[in-house]
Write a protein that binds this ligand. Structure first.
Ligand code: HEC
Length: 184
């Protein structure tokens, strides 16, 4: 039994190796074409400051959720956290870790900075996760700095995945009335 199983694993391994060999034999042109198709599917972010392009790139350390968001503009944590308050605590933890609490309060209900869990949005686009991401990642002209590590050019700052977890928690904590387009 054990021998058979390891035999199968060995065979699979050989197939994978063979596959890799073929891949690296491919002409360089093909690889480039595949890469440019991929970047064509990127979500196009705009700075909240002036509407200019906000280039956030996928990086090797990105989680699958971050990669998905950068391609589709859909934050996979939002529906997950709204359905599961226990899971949403992960986003709250990040909100505290990066000291967002200092201006927005421990539950994001507002302090020197505005509440992020009521229906009064500073910018209309904040009803989408893409819009909220643009403001957190790139900052605004009125007191919000850009927190994304690529915008701040500082690896200690916030990676894409942590911003998405924070947004998911903010959506799960929403106390305003009316429509919730981020769940559409
Ligand atoms: C130094 C104070 C300060 C800190 C720290 C801070 N913010 Fe802000 N934030 C503000 C201010 C001020 C605004 C309003 C900006 C505007 O109107 O242009 C704001 C706006 C926002 C908004 C839009 C709110 C709305 O109702 O539309 C979000 C989302 C947000 N901040 C998230 C965060 C997150 C996430 C962090 C931590 C990574 C953070 N902020 C840290 C001051 C702060």
């Amino acid at each position: 039994m054990v021998t058979t199983r390891s035999g199968i694993i060995g065979l699979t391994f050989l197939f994978v190796l063979a596959g890799c060999g073929q891949g690296s034999d491919a002409p360089e042109g093909e690889t480039k074409a595949a890469a440019s198709t991929d970047s064509g599917a990127q979500c196009a972010f705009e700075s909240t400051k002036d509407g200019s392009p906000l280039p956030i790139k996928a990086v090797a350390t990105d989680t699958p959720q971050a990669k998905e968001f950068l391609k589709t503009c859909i934050n996979p944590y939002t529906k997950l956290y709204v359905a599961d308050p226990e899971a949403a605590k992960e986003g709250k933890k990040k909100f505290g870790y990066y000291s967002c609490t200092q201006c927005h309060g421990g539950n994001a209900g507002g302090q020197t900075g505005p509440s992020i869990i009521d229906e009064r949005w500073q910018y209309a686009k904040h009803v989408t996760d893409k819009g909220l991401f643009e403001t957190i990642a790139g900052g605004t002209n009125l007191g919000m700095m850009g927190w994304h590590q690529q915008v701040a050019n500082n690896p200690e700052m916030v990676p894409t995945d942590d911003i998405l977890k924070i947004i998911g928690w903010l959506r799960a904590s929403y106390q305003g009335g009316g429509a919730t387009p981020w769940l559409d």
